[in-house]
Design a protein around this ligand. Sequence first.
Ligand code: PCA
Length: 201
Amino acid sequence: MKKLFLTGFEPFLDYHVNPTWDIVEKLNGTVIGDYKIVSKGLKVDFKDGIEEFKQALEDIKPDMIISLGIAAGRHKVTPERIAINIKDGDADNQGYQPIDELIDEEGPDAYLTNLPIRAMVNRLLNEGYPAEISNSAGTYLCNNVMYEGLKYATKHNILAGFIHIPMNFELACKHGKYPGWSNHDLLSAVKICLEEAINAT
Ligand code: PCA
């Protein structure tokens, strides 16, 4: 059976929970079509988190890679189109804050996802979930994981990409000014994206 490597992230900054961590735990071992989901929660850490992700790719040898993260303030599920070769932004969970750094000194400026992001968005909309393609995954950990996933995918000729999801209700209640979705709807929307990705192979 083929392996779909699905990653989420731990809590970070003042986001005390991260719904992507629970979603990937829940989906670990699930079979969709010819694919078995192999999940991992990642550290929000530019050094160890990214190293662990790269090591997991070598260990698991996935046939597809989909990574998840929350995007505070977004009210739609947003499959990402592009990962750029830049690390910049807030401090990670170790306090490390890159400024204008390259992810890969020898790497391309950017990678475009080869996931069927238009089909994902269309299917989400058809099923009543607000969704749109995003043209920026930012310059924080999510962009970094997407970039490394696509670097591996390019080398191994597999599909890879990243989906940002909104906060859940728990985070939205704490923060007050950000939109949120129920955990149930977030999980259903992610499953739809995985199905569309698998249908495309
Ligand atoms: N979102 C952050 C990192 C972890 C997460 O869930 C981001 O968008 O980079």
